[in-house]
Design a protein around this ligand. Structure first.
Ligand code: NAP
Length: 249
């Protein structure tokens, strides 16, 4: 039987590429996003490549929906032993214009969501005496203009990751974080739109500032997840990899 992985926010972008990569690596993958129907393309791509996947609709910031989703995954796919906390939103604005709602939704999806998903899934990892947790941080954790909410959440996830590593290590569970730089997804397309820049020139401008001289692709992050999740990465825990084509772009 394949081991089971959950990837949140896996309808598109980094989450979709990660779900596909973990399926290639031999995992049965729960493709979780706000709406189950939005997961259809990711599930179809995994199944057409011969893998096993389940579409699951849940809001990661809702405790009841999270518990129901993890219970259903355990019943239908098997006990989840890999969790990738990838679901995310941005509500960028300068501090003086940032609303309470913009602050709260970013904290709820990234921090509360990762907490609730991890609390629900860890039981299965501890029972299996093996597990891998990967949290999506960001270079924005180092501070980014217009992202007081997002930078705070992404820095918070690094503390969460290190604490999970300390608490869960003795059960064979590792926890690590990936802090991506500029990755071409709908999230960064929305940023370009918000600041009124054309997409292609925006990508070229961002790429020019990146030491490896290209934008990141979702597969770059999926590859990093695959490494952390791999059997032989069991002595690496509580770490943050900046996958940014350089120190922080
Ligand atoms: P994306 O294309 O916007 O995809 C994010 C996915 O998360 C969407 O499918 C979204 O669903 C889902 N989602 C949002 N809120 C959710 C919730 N409450 N419950 C369940 N699913 C939810 O984003 P991405 O660029 O792939 O980013 C993935 C992760 O990497 C995020 O944590 C992001 O902060 C992080 N990251 C991205 C970059 C980058 O440059 N792209 C850089 C650093 C870090 P809806 O479509 O329905 O909203």
């Amino acid at each position: 039987m394949s081991k089971v992985a959950i990837v949140t926010g896996a309808a598109r972008g980094i989450g979709a590429a990660t779900a596909q990569r973990l399926a290639q690596d031999g995992f049965a993958v729960a493709v979780l996003d706000l709406k189950a129907e939005d997961c259809a393309d990711t599930v179809a791509s995994i199944e057409s490549a011969g893998g096993r996947a389940l579409a699951v609709g849940a809001d990661v910031s809702d405790a009841e929906q999270v518990q129901a989703a993890v219970d259903r995954i355990a019943a239908e796919l098997g006990p989840p032993v890999v969790l990738v906390n990838n679901a995310g939103v941005t509500r960028d604005n300068l501090l003086f214009k940032m609303s309470d709602a913009d602050w709260d939704i970013v904290m709820n999806v990234h921090l509360r969501g990762s907490f609730l998903m991890t609390r629900a899934a860890q039981k299965h990892m501890i029972e299996a005496k093996w597990g891998r947790i990967v949290n999506l941080s960001s270079v924005s954790a180092l501070g980014n203009r217009g992202q007081a909410n997002y930078a705070t959440a992404k820095a918070g996830l690094q503390g969460f990751t290190k604490t999970l590593a300390i608490e869960l290590g003795k059960f064979g569970v590792t926890a690590n974080a990936i802090a991506p730089g500029f990755i071409v997804t709908d999230m960064t397309k929305a940023t370009a739109e918000r600041i009124g820049e054309e997409w292609e020139p925006y990508v070229a401008k961002r790429a020019a500032a990146i030491p490896v001289a290209r934008a990141g692709q979702p597969e770059d992050i999926a590859h990093t997840v695959s490494f952390f999740v791999s059997e032989n990465a069991g002595f690496i825990s509580g770490q943050v990899i900046y996958a940014a084509g350089g120190p922080r772009n």
